[in-house]
Unconditional design. Structure first.
Length: 223
């Protein structure tokens, strides 16, 4: 090996550019972008329609534990998971297991466990738990350092729900009504009008004890 060969190899290594990481504007308040930048990655903030980070056409949605619980309550997480799947590769990061209790707060612990299982089994979205922002940044840097074949950039968009999906989305906003129960109600009553006008006895025959809270709230008088 000649001196010239050694020099040329060093030149090639030093001139290698690290992967550009696209980051949603909402992540500017996080420490993660600065941590990635300190490792030599080129970062670019954009208003991403889908995901918080895009690395080599892998879409990553990042949520703190508390934000994740809130997004389950308001059903936002469901459309976000579907939107992620527009990319060939994707995963969800749940951040904060070092400082937050998974099973305390606004969501019952079994509801939390149930939705984790839904993410994996029904939505089929890979899930990673991280301790904190530093840990999250390490996962992203490892991903960005993986050399993959380049592929055309994708233009993901917000997903508009179909009419059937909108009906299910509305029902899942009621207490104790998950995806399976919502589907069962729609298959039986066909329309929201039929459902709202049904008797408590008929509701109970379809979904059992879950009907009590549902019937109570649809007949609650707003004053």
């Amino acid at each position: 090996m000649t001196f010239l060969d050694i020099f040329s190899k060093k030149q090639r290594k030093s001139s290698e550019q690290k992967t550009k990481i696209l980051i949603d504007n909402r992540e500017k308040n996080s420490l993660i972008p600065s941590l990635l930048k300190s490792q030599g990655f080129e970062i670019e903030f954009q208003q991403l329609p889908v995901a918080d980070y895009l690395i080599n056409n892998t879409a990553i949605e990042r949520k703190t534990i508390s934000d994740f619980k809130s997004s389950i309550i308001n059903k936002r997480i469901m459309s976000q998971l579907l939107e992620l799947k527009q990319y060939p590769k994707y995963f969800l990061i749940l951040e904060g297991i070092e400082k937050e209790d998974l099973y305390e707060g606004i969501l019952h612990e079994n509801a939390f466990r149930g939705f984790i299982l839904s993410i994996i089994n029904e939505y089929q979205v890979p899930l990673i738990f991280t301790k904190n922002e530093k840990d999250t940044a390490k996962y992203l840097s490892v991903l960005a350092n993986k050399k993959e074949k380049s592929s055309p950039a994708l233009r993901a968009t917000k997903i508009l729900l179909s009419e059937k999906e909108q009906l299910q989305f509305i029902l899942e906003g009621f207490p104790n009504i998950g995806p399976a129960t919502a589907k069962k109600l729609l298959e039986h009553f066909k329309t929201l009008k039929n459902l709202v006008n049904s008797s408590e006895e008929e509701l109970k025959s379809v979904v059992g004890k879950k009907s009590e809270a549902f019937y109570k709230i649809i007949h609650f008088e707003y004053k």
